[in-house]
Unconditional design. Sequence first.
Length: 677
Amino acid sequence: MNTPPAAPLPAAQLPCEGTLRVVIENIAPCVDGGRFAVKRTCGEHITVQADVFADGHDVVSCVLLYRPQQQHEWQRAPMSALGNDRWQGGFEAGEPGRWLYTIEAWVDHLQTWRLDLRKRHVASQQLQVELLRGAQLVRALAARAHGADAPRLMQWAQDLADSGLGMEQRVALAQSAALHGLAQSYPDPQAVRRHEPPLALQVERVRARYSTWYEMLPRSAASALGARGTLADCEARLPYVAQMGFDVLYLPPIHPIGNAQRRGPNNQPTAAPGDPGSPWAIGSEAGGHKAIDPSLGTLADFHRLVAHAGEFGIEIALDLTFQCSPDHPYVHEHPEWFLARPDGTIQYAENPPKQYPDIYPFYFETAAWRDLWLELASIVEYWIAQGVRIFRVDNPHTKPFALWEWLIARVHSSRPDVIFLAEAFTRPHVMYRLAKLGFTQSYTYFAWRNTRHELTEYFRELASPHVSEFFRPNLWPNTPDILSEYLQFGGRPAFMARLVLAATLGASYGIYGPAFELMEHEAHESGSEEYRDSEKYQIRHWDLARPDSLRDFIASINRIRREHPALQSNAGLLFHPVDNDALIAYSKTAPGGADAILTVVNLDPHHGQSGWLELDLDALGLASERMFQAHDLLSGARFLWQGRRNYVALDPLQNGPAHVLRIRRRVRTERDFDYFL
């Protein structure tokens, strides 16, 4: 039996760029292979690294390219070799908006020639032909140059080839660092590889990185006992908020509240006449998401609040809650936006076994999803038009990822200064995905991390480059939904300790007040994190003048944050060992090392604790043999320390549960006078 000849194998397709020898890989920072943008704020330095190499022994050169997305001209920054084919460059983040960055690299024949010539010269080899070859390379460069660079390079080529010049003079010209630097601007375009596609960088304003939030329900802001608070009362409370040092005043929903299925005090299933209901049950005959509850005031009142807050350096943040009460106009005008149950009723919110009949969630799998998305975007755009630039988004993890990616990109295309805080207490992958999609800041698990091990492991994760490039934590020790067990039973020291942790571990943090500064700690029932007599379902009156209030302590903490750049970034966080698990110690250092803050917190709110710290002196910019001063910015005490091991003792009932220490290096003047810098 004859076997037919085998069909010839198809020839492998030749590459389009067979002469490009450079490889560019492992660029950092890079989020999910470039699928999502890296985040920075205005003025921050972004350091870019990559592995760049080629076959053989030729020298490789590379540059970092960056530009705003809407511009076409790339700006260039040099990259330097770190060793083992790793390269590094950087640039400063500019104005808010979308930026792009990438890397160009090429086999640098001129630089290879320069280094080889130096070796040949040391070895006393003949150099005439090599100098002519160099002149040939420079002439090709001159042909690509423009402006005054072209004749300068051409003169360089002529001098290299000029046998009338002395050999030593020509060799010196060949090694000119200035001329080689000039040559870097004109690589052969046929030899240059650019990493494609470019990577994205989302640049945001500084408040995206560093912010201090105060949450307050307007209807409980009245000064008179029994009165219902208004937006005007919120305006009157601005000096109080400013005195404590907050720069963001967050208002839960200010929209009309539905009457149908309204909840009573302590979330009772029925409301009595006059019960205000939950602000998160949005919508009534008075309007929906683009309306203000008439009992709070008017749009003009809101405009005055925004303007007056700005005079104190405070921004008003609004709650963005995409859900409706049964009375919301959307329910009647667009029933297709909600899920109909088999009995014809609309599906209300549930988290079995919990039921929330006063709230109708949107049905995002509706065939009318495009109209729904556009209407939701119009809500955001409406409040932006009223002067709002910060939104705290309620439960974004229960809405489609695609919605948020589209909506945030739509907003940022014209208003890159808008900040979105994701209130997503959910699984880590979901929280991180929302941050990648564009949320500026994110709630965290901080409220439930209490031990040193829990705090250390969690914040090391948040500070790791993989996470920190896209996820900005905003730390809240309490919220209207969260009264942790630690706060329920820890007393005043617990509130102080959690405040210090939130304010120094994170560059952004917030408190729900006045419940926090007045140390509200009674739970609805044993094992619950719900407040007794929660403001979510009734109006409360707060005595802000109570002598035991933490307002002055909060003001001190926020003043320290304002005065110390080390606490205004999530970078530079480092934990230091302590030989007592009840104590946690960590430091933050500003770029350049000019400002270093060491925080020590006693996590036991009931007992004094002491221990020995093991400081990383190199990270703090300290020499092991020299004394330094640890200046407690809370108490004013100053401690003279030396070396790695230093003793601390904190009694929460005597001197407070925490030290916030500025590390001051000892400096000796020419006249042998010591002072601490």
